[in-house]
Design a protein around this ligand. Sequence first.
Ligand code: KIV
Length: 255
Amino acid sequence: MKFDAVGMKNRHEKIIMLTAYDFQMAKILDEAGIDLILVGDSLGMVMQGFMDTKSVTIEDMLYHTKAVSRGAKNTPVIGDMPINSYRTVEDALNNAKLFLEAGADGVKIEGNKPEQINALLDHGIPVMGHLGLLPQTAGSYRVKGKKPEEAQKILKDALDLDQRGVFSMVLECIPESLAKKITETVKIPTIGIGAGKYCNGQVLVINDMLGFDLSFAPRYLKRYANLNKIIKDAVARFKEEVSEGTYPDKEHTYH
Ligand code: KIV
């Protein structure tokens, strides 16, 4: 994978990552020049309408990874290994290889899974870690690492992932002070979502930052657009013009 994660950290260059699930969005993100595209299993919510990521399958992920890879000509694509796709070392290896065949440049795994991660790294598959809130197994969506023993465990896992050789790690919904400590302690870059400003990069779910579903509003989320309104306004204009017969007009008709 052509991505100098540690170099970027050492040069204090922030890593910009966003999710994408389809060809056109991946093409836009690629043209916009971000560093990494994550085909997140958040597609379970934003593409499929489930409450969480727990029912996303490897087939779902591969379908979307193939579409994204066609659009991301220059940007490395990371495939998110869904729940149940890395229960055993064999599963992890087989499914990670399927991600690479689908066009991904690396995979992300939630939690500290030493044997699975070692196996992927031994086979030359770049791995992104993911610590803090782990949506695939979380009972509830809350900030993790507020209690000292929880914070200790996350820090220990971060050190472990770093030593194991993952190329970067997502830190999701943890206190800023903990994210800072991890970022200062590990060699690889941290990429935060709800983890404050000291991370080496930031990631957001593209549909959330573009404001598709305004009912989803966690504290960390900043909306950079209100596509919900833009789309509804466009649909209302189309509805009105078709109803009153002003569309299609001469300009939009073949003669
Ligand atoms: O699935 C996803 O989109 C993610 C990001 C929130 C990091 O894992």
